[in-house]
Write a protein that binds this ligand. Structure first.
Ligand code: 13P
Length: 288
């Protein structure tokens, strides 16, 4: 059964580890992520971006597929189905489709409008038992064609959003979606500590752009109150690399190697392996 993400993140905050949000892009992706998390006994948040939802045939299709797969595979670990960087309309669409958690990303609005819209969506989500994440300060880089230059969050703005009753908060601290450039300056722990100071000890923080952040910075972020880390790009990279190796080795031309169940198998296994290595770094194995 799918659950909302509040309890798993409150436990992670208290236990000093982070729950992964692995973004899903199709059925194989979903199966690989669920398999890895079940084997490692880790709670998991399945992230669905606006673009991935559209790609998979709409949020209703995604919700039906994830619920059925969770049951059919006999998954026992807590699984939340979460909208990633949702628009205002997208948030309502996911509430209606049966998601168990949403992120409303109002970071591109001015703070007053972000507060107003987030407040309304907190009430709509909580009314139906969903958890809700909000964002302050843009996450840099490009995801699904949406580009942000990456702005560090203002701790006073974070406090205004936190006070609306959001269940967890994404705050820009120099993190970027996609591959980090060689001259990236790293996470800004001074800003992270200032945000935590303002919002209080009880609200879990979310670190977006989890692909490619060095392990020591991940661990330090967790020690400062980050309880959810989002990973998308690294899963895409390992999937593409494994698929490329299969095709370059000519395996699609041997026997029935063109069968999608064979063609996609190395990529699916690569996703399982990468999820397990993230779970080890985030400290969430055995926490289900
Ligand atoms: P990456 O693609 O950089 O891992 O970021 C994922 C993310 O933050 C989704 O919101």
């Amino acid at each position: 059964m799918l659950v909302n993400a509040k309890e798993m993140l409150d436990k992670a905050l208290a236990g000093h580890y982070a729950v992964p949000q692995f973004n899903i892009n199709d059925l194989e992706w979903t199966k690989s992520v669920l398999t890895a998390c079940e084997e490692e006994k880790s709670p998991v948040i399945l992230g669905v971006s606006m673009g991935a939802g559209k790609y998979m045939g709409g949020f209703k299709t995604v919700a039906a597929m994830v619920k059925a797969m969770d049951a059919s595979l006999g998954i026992t670990v807590p699984v939340a189905l979460h909208l990633d960087h949702g628009t205002y309309d997208g948030s309502y669409a996911c509430i209606e489709a049966g998601f168990t958690s949403i992120m409303f990303d109002g970071s591109h609005y001015d703070i007053d409008e972000n507060v107003e819209k987030t407040k309304e969506l907190v009430s709509a989500a909580h009314h139906l038992g969903l958890s809700i994440e909000a964002e302050v300060g843009g996450i840099g880089g490009t995801e699904d064609g949406v580009t942000s230059s990456g702005e560090k969050a203002n701790p006073d703005d974070c406090k205004r959003i936190a006070d609306l009753g959001v269940d967890f908060l994404a705050a820009g601290i120099g993190n970027i979606h996609g591959v980090y450039p060689p001259d990236w300056e790293g996470l800004d722990f001074t800003v992270l500590a200032a945000i935590k100071d303002k919002i209080g000890a009880d609200l879990p923080l979310v670190l977006h752009g989890g692909s490619g952040i060095p392990e020591d910075q991940i661990k330090k972020a967790i020690s400062l109150g980050v309880s959810k880390i989002n990973v998308n790009t690294e899963l895409q990279i390992v999937f593409a690399k494994a698929t490329r190796a299969y095709i370059e080795a000519g395996k699609d031309q041997q026997g029935k190697g063109y069968d999608p169940r064979k063609l996609l198998a190395p990529g699916a296994q690569a996703i399982i392996d990468e999820c397990k290595s993230k779970i080890a770094v985030f400290g969430c194995a055995g926490k289900a």
